[in-house]
Design a protein around this ligand. Structure first.
Ligand SMILES: Cc1cc2nc3c(=O)[nH]c(=O)nc-3n(C[C@H](O)[C@H](O)[C@H](O)COP(=O)(O)OP(=O)(O)OC[C@H]3O[C@@H](n4cnc5c(N)ncnc54)[C@H](O)[C@@H]3O)c2cc1C
Length: 403
């Protein structure tokens, strides 16, 4: 397929850009610009605006809200969303939605998929455990099936999940649980949807190095789950889990986000002075670092376009997904390293709980510098989640090099 941008694509880009400018709420825009964490209501409000426009899930089948855009239009759209620094899709759209329309029962589609699309159900992902991350199939959260007095069948779930992103916001979670203790690891796993208000679930915050609350420990203590909440067959959850992880990995490269980040870094470097009193952007060493990053990002972009072209001719992303994940996260991390370098000593006075109420941040440091250290710390996560970069390299070694 042809991936050059036609005049129609250029017009489409402008249409999307103008629409986002007119509709992305200013309050969220301001928070995003200073790197503040958005709350649930803010993320949901943007979700609902996109939904009302019919632009929420362009790549989904039409019956579930997809549209007629070609691959290039979808690419342009995601670029424009990132360019405007809009909030990112939630677990509902990026992960469980495709699982629900692919594997879900008609009842699950009606009661869970529809409200997810409407922005009324917020999801979290319960895969990882303290003893099962990279070795996910080693998970030990247990689900025992029983018939209750009402004659219906349920699972009783016990165990601990960890790193549950946005679990404190979630209405529902999708969980991997062990239903057969004796089968081979991958064959004894079941995929369950659990209402997070069910008695026995507790969510405990994990505060990360940047001082933020994104992730949690989730404890399940005799949690009773109806058998109808299972996706697919009992003990066949690994197939569903792998399908979902494919969706997680492809979205993680963040090319458009990094492009915007480099634009911002250039602005920042033009506004701060190096030791010689000249703007940092004129420093040859710093400029070389930016240019190196731009070259890597351009290579990444073309790899992503090639992958998209392959997908549009029916070739699913194979090891390219791992390549995109590794390079994309490395570029994103180097970007935050350079921003921190540009902040210089202004990046230092970061500590948890700062600023306090009443602190005049602008008087202490340039606004970009204030968030440089938290952003640097926060980005460390990207080479760990979605399958760590070491694991992605193992996948590439096997699939590409045949090792
Ligand atoms: C911010 C954040 C958010 C997350 N959100 C979620 C979430 O919402 N839901 C969820 O279920 N999980 C989530 N995770 C968990 C994430 O998927 C795991 O952290 C990840 O899979 C790695 O597992 P682990 O932390 O147990 O590390 P381990 O698997 O213990 O790995 C430790 C180190 O050893 C390396 N390693 C392990 N095995 C190999 C190997 N075979 N070859 C080479 N190197 C290896 C790893 O790369 C890593 O560097 C999140 C993690 C983070 C950091």
């Amino acid at each position: 397929m042809d991936l050059s941008f036609t005049p129609e694509h250029a017009a489409f880009r402008l249409e999307v850009r103008h629409w986002i400018e007119a509709n992305f709420p200013q309050a969220i825009r301001d928070k995003q610009a200073t790197g503040e964490h958005l709350n649930k209501e803010e993320i949901v409000s943007w979700h609902k605006i996109l939904h009302a426009k019919g632009w929420l899930t362009p790549s989904w089948p039409k019956a579930y809200g997809g549209n007629d855009w070609d691959v290039v239009q979808r690419y342009i759209f995601s670029e424009e969303l990132a360019r405007a620094n809009t909030s990112q899709p939630t677990f509902g759209l990026g992960m469980i939605g495709p699982v629900l329309y692919t594997f879900g029962s008609p009842e699950q589609k009606e009661t869970l998929l529809k409200p997810t699309i409407a922005g009324d159900i917020w999801w979290c992902q319960g895969y990882s455990e303290p003893g099962a991350g990279s070795d996910l199939a080693g998970l030990s959260t247990r689900a025992e099936r029983f018939t209750a007095e009402d004659g219906k069948e349920y699972y009783r779930v016990n165990g601990q999940k960890t790193w549950t992103t946005q679990g404190h916001f979630a209405d529902w979670g999708f969980f991997l649980v062990r239903t057969d203790q004796n089968a081979k690891k991958q064959e004894g796993i079941t995929f369950l949807l659990i209402d997070m208000k069910t008695p026995g679930i507790s969510v405990r915050p994990i505060i990360t190095m940047d001082g933020g609350h994104e992730v949690n420990d989730t404890f399940l203590d005799n949690v009773i789950v109806p058998v109808e909440n299972r996706i697919g067959e009992e003990n066949k959850g690994w197939t569903v889990a792998k399908y979902l992880l494919g969706h997680e990995r492809t979205g993680i490269a963040g090319v458009a986000r990094s492009k915007r980040g480099i634009e911002r870094l250039r602005e920042v470097a033009a506004g701060v002075l190096a030791d010689d009193g000249q703007p940092l952007i004129k420093d040859p060493d710093f400029r070389r670092k930016i240019v190196d990053l731009e070259i890597d990002l351009a290579a990444l972009e073309y790899t992503e376009l090639r992958t998209l072209a392959g997908e549009s001719s029916g070739k699913g992303p194979g090891p390219e997904a791992s390549m995109l994940k590794v390079k994309g996260t490395e570029v994103g991390q180097r970007l935050t390293e350079l921003t921190l370098e540009a902040a210089g000593h202004y990046g230092e006075p970061y500590f948890r709980g700062f600023p306090r109420e009443g602190d005049n941040v602008q008087a202490i440091s340039p606004d970009f510098a204030f968030k440089a250290a938290p952003a640097y710390f926060n980005m460390r996560k990207t080479s760990i989640f979605g399958g760590s970069n070491e694991i992605q390299r193992n996948i590439m070694a096997k699939a590409v090099l045949g090792l």
